[in-house]
Design a protein around this ligand. Sequence first.
Ligand SMILES: Nc1nc2c(c(=O)[nH]1)N[C@H]1C(S)=C(S)[C@@H](COP(=O)(O)OP(=O)(O)OC[C@H]3O[C@@H](n4cnc5c(=O)[nH]c(N)nc54)[C@H](O)[C@@H]3O)O[C@H]1N2
Ligand SMILES: Nc1nc2c(c(=O)[nH]1)N[C@H]1C(S)=C(S)[C@@H](COP(=O)(O)OP(=O)(O)OC[C@H]3O[C@@H](n4cnc5c(=O)[nH]c(N)nc54)[C@H](O)[C@@H]3O)O[C@H]1N2
Ligand SMILES: [Mo]
Length: 648
Amino acid sequence: MDEIAAKLADIRDRHGPRSIASYAGTMAHITTAPTAAPLHNALFDALGSEMRFDPNTIDKGGKQVAQSLLGYWAAPPQGFDAPEAVLLIGINPMVTCTGFPAGSPKKWLLDTLAGGCKLIVVDPRRTDVALHADWYLQAAPGHDIAILAAMLRIVIDEGLFDQDFVARHVRGLPELTAAVHRFDPEDVARRAGIAGADLVSAARCYAGAKRGYTMAGTGPNMAGEGTLVEYLVLVLETLCGRWLRAGETVSASPTLLPSYVPVAQAKSPDADWALQGRVRVRGLRKTRAGMPTATLPEEILTPGEGQVRALISWGGNPAVAFPDQRQTVEALESLELFVQIDPWYSASARLADYVIAPTMPLEAPSTTVFLDALAARGTGYGIGQAYAQYSPAVVERPEGSDLLEEWRFFYGLMKRLGYPVEVTPFGCPSSPRRPIDGVRTTEELIEILSQDSAIPLSEIKSHPDGITRTSRLLEVQPGDPDVLDRLDIGNGLMLAQLAGHAGVVELSQPDRPYRLLCRRHLHVYNSSCNIDRTHRGVPYNPAYLHPDDMTELGLSDGTLIRISSDLSEITAVAMKDPALRTGLVSMAFGYGPTDHDEEVWAVGSSPSRLVSISEKFDRFTGQPRMTNIPVSIERADAHAARDHPTVL
Ligand SMILES: Nc1nc2c(c(=O)[nH]1)N[C@H]1C(S)=C(S)[C@@H](COP(=O)(O)OP(=O)(O)OC[C@H]3O[C@@H](n4cnc5c(=O)[nH]c(N)nc54)[C@H](O)[C@@H]3O)O[C@H]1N2
Ligand SMILES: Nc1nc2c(c(=O)[nH]1)N[C@H]1C(S)=C(S)[C@@H](COP(=O)(O)OP(=O)(O)OC[C@H]3O[C@@H](n4cnc5c(=O)[nH]c(N)nc54)[C@H](O)[C@@H]3O)O[C@H]1N2
Ligand SMILES: [Mo]
């Protein structure tokens, strides 16, 4: 910490505060949010650097931008509370625990379906969740915008929307009606390779249900126009009146976050999607989704005032997770100071100047405040209940280890840099700062940061197994009839983008006849947990192909193939998957990287190497196309095939 603080001070003085950036990856949010996030924010506030990145803008960043283009409803959506219809687009909750209440997604689904709920799934791969669908639309990738627009047209043409809600709280219906007119359902369905009758009846079923929700996952969000996808989802939700009304209860009321008053009232959009904070490349900027993370390597590599020279990365693995892997690795290697906080010697740790070994989650006390924050994020997140738990450390740290809880690292840097240590609690950016100088234990820190929780921490602590509040839940209050704000379903920016949307994926490129899709595995979490105990002899990520494509390419399970995009190429292990449409190759990320074919069996392959940051990207979040990427496939070496241990 002495050395790192001295280097940070030097870089700050020579290049300015903006030259110091941070990246808070997936595990920074999941494991240490309640304690480390406030300290990290305090350090970067004190430094005066806005250059704080996280994975949201390479995930589903369109959600927050779309919310701000539509406007806000001052109460939550119906979400997980007793849906009669669920529409899932490119998301697989049975494996990923997003889109259904986190916990026991399968049990929740079976219970919900038994109660009469209808399930509609749009995915080019017949996923675990698609097996339970009433309508499974196996659309080709990249058609989600056209499919959503066609559904909107059906809902409007057939008058299936919530007329009263729309009349009182919504504007822009005429503009929307005109914009979706060209998306003829039969035409859209034919191009996407699905039956027109299915699309029409699925739309009728969804809009006909009194309650329900739509969740778009990484699939549609990674296709290059995530903001527009998410805007159309919100428009569908708004037309169907999926927002809680006066007198309804908020089932996922806050527990560890402060309470608030939900009101049945619209707040018109006010162009707040764009925030202070700019990157220097491709005209992109900070939005409500955060800094455009796909630009961080360019920020590091582009000379000029404010060039990023130092990076503190925690709970993330940029070397495998960022698009354009070669450029990312080049950027990380060029930094003056690269600090990686990671319990594993990850691909990023290998490139770092300093690797800090943090405690693992069970080795430190924590709370479930992150679940609360997820619920507040929007439909499809969280556990759908008012739940809270405090857990003490339950595992001893290894004897003689020099593990450091993340918050202590940020605290240590602040002390050494001479900054007063004042923090705002996780999830409460406008809450007053609290001095924590002299705080000794993590328990004390959690006490200070939980002072405004809706349920007092002492009460939560008295339920060691966790507390689920079922009474005294928040009730939605009536709106003020004099407020004339409206949700905007005819946003000019969005409808202009829709007008320019081809309605089809780009004409197939003869030299790149396959499309690379994103997917996830049950037994790993991105690049985390790929260890013997979980992967059970399959440490690599197969490249799944339809059996007909395997035959045509002359492949069998375990053949090594070369997958090439316009940017780069990787070697991967081919495996059949009859659940796919033909013409597709489906691969999880978070594996590799390797430049040596023979290592693929041991570490897997990195699809991030094939993703271009600039060829196609969301103009708001900067998120590049990370699925539906045109690729070509050939046998890597006819002799390289060998017996492989198991099929995943
Ligand atoms: N090609 C392609 N790229 C993608 C995606 C894709 O589908 N395809 N998905 C995108 C998405 S959705 C996301 S969210 C990002 C993810 O991007 P990242 O968050 O950057 O990647 P992860 O692999 O989740 O990184 C987790 C890191 O945390 C470490 N870790 C594990 N446990 C702990 C812990 O307890 N404490 C700390 N401090 N660290 C821990 C792991 O060793 C690992 O290095 O990647 C994106 N990139
Ligand atoms: N077990 C496990 N759980 C996880 C993770 C993990 O690695 N393992 N990762 C976590 C993270 S960081 C995230 S962001 C979430 C992600 O959670 P999900 O979004 O559920 O992720 P996937 O399972 O990859 O599902 C994406 C689906 O989109 C489909 N798809 C691809 N392209 C398209 C397209 O153009 N259109 C449509 N309609 N579908 C398409 C793919 O076939 C795939 O089934 O999961 C989280 N949970
Ligand atoms: Mo993610």
